[in-house]
Design a protein around this ligand. Structure first.
Ligand code: TXA
Ligand code: MG
Length: 340
């Protein structure tokens, strides 16, 4: 298949909408990461997403809507809490898990009776939903297991020859995937941290969401995944990543005393002058937003340089930084070294 990459202008959006309605897939920019979209109401279309990505069939997808009127196409009931969150954070990088609607393609939910829904803020994503008139299901537009794409070029690198069209909307604003909260149980559960923080959710809900065990820990053998996506080794570049937790001095000492062939430092911007090996930076230490924005391109950069092993300076674990930490933990397959 020939893959076309084009600017997400009006004509390109029309072409993308025609493809969606013909059960084809299209890569589309969102404010978080690029998504690989297909008509969420068509099983045939949604199965093509799994095929193109090489994604396990038991990992459900997020459906994207452009207005509250479209919500019943995806979910069958909406709690008061869900309305409050939608009002506060939509359009934006928040995904809510609710009971699924019957009309949603089965392949979207991967056998669950629940569905994930979000209203993206990116104008190209919204225009595509409006032009096609249907919600699109979309995971991140990378090959399953590799870092999420934050530019159209990243998408092309993974998906060339696998999908007909990539809409180029420039680099993504947020850089990590949406916050995922489940509202189907007795308590709200934060399944995946993102730009919308636990603190912001608590402010709207009037109580804290339970932090899913999967955010900070690998699944135990036999444990069921609340969010099946958390089961898989994720966001992993080819380079091995080790997270080094500690002060800049302790991190420096660790790197200095563990130098080998093919070793890189994945450090905060400004730290590279003081480190004795090649470095890739991922934002300033005091800006978790910048870290989120740069993390996935930094992981891809390590591979472009042919890094064998990267010592990553560990981010903080609260607020937006929790999202960065969660992605890095997975990229590192939970390999963390504490230094002091
Ligand atoms: O920012 C984002 O969320 C991006 C853009 C494209 O919207 N999408 C994205 O999709 O990150 P994906 O497939 O990479 O991640 C979806 C996550 C997975 O961890 C999946 O297991 C979880 O949401 N999920 C989807 N449906 C679910 C459900 N019914 N119950 C629990 N978790 C669900
Ligand atoms: Mg993904």
């Amino acid at each position: 298949m020939h893959t076309i990459l084009r600017q997400a202008d009006t004509e390109a959006i029309r072409q993308a909408a025609r493809l969606l309605l013909a059960d084809e897939t299209v890569a589309v920019p969102t404010e978080t990461v690029y998504g690989l979209a297909a008509n969420a109401l068509s099983d045939v279309a949604v199965r093509k997403i799994f095929e193109a990505k090489g994604r396990p069939q038991d990992n459900p997808l997020i459906s994207h809507i452009a207005s509250m009127e479209m919500l019943p196409m995806v979910v069958r009931s909406v709690s008061e809490c869900a309305y409050r969150l939608a009002e506060a954070f939509w359009p934006g990088p928040l995904t809510i898990i609710l009971p699924r609607a019957r009309g949603l393609a089965d392949a979207v939910c991967a056998g669950l009776d629940t569905a994930a829904v979000r209203m993206p803020a990116h104008p190209a994503a919204r225009a595509l939903i409006e032009a096609s008139g249907v919600p699109f299901a979309a995971p991140s537009a990378n090959l399953s297991g590799s870092p999420s794409p934050t530019t159209a070029e990243d998408v092309l690198a993974d998906m060339d020859g696998r999908i007909p069209l990539i809409l180029d909307g420039g680099p993504c604003d947020v850089g990590v995937e949406s916050t995922v909260i489940s509202l189907v149980g007795a308590e709200p559960v934060l399944l995946r941290p993102g730009r919308i923080t636990a603190g912001q959710l608590q402010q709207v809900l009037g109580r804290p969401a339970v932090l899913s065990n999967a955010v900070l820990h690998p699944l135990e053998q036999g444990e069921a995944a609340a969010s099946p996506g958390m089961k898989y080794k994720h966001y992993a570049p080819k380079a091995e990543i080790m997270l080094i937790k500690g002060s800049l001095d302790a991190y420096k000492t660790y790197v200095e005393t563990h130098l080998e062939e093919g070793v890189y430092a994945l450090c905060f911007t400004g730290e590279e002058q003081t480190l004795p090996c090649p470095c890739v930076t991922y934002g300033r230490a005091d800006s978790p937003e910048e870290q989120a924005h740069e993390l996935f391109s930094a992981l891809r950069m390590l591979d472009a340089h042919g890094a064998r092993l990267a010592y990553a300076h560990c981010p903080a674990q609260q607020g937006v930084a929790l999202a960065v930490y969660n992605r890095l933990l997975r990229a590192a397959a939970f390999h963390v070294v504490e230094v002091s």
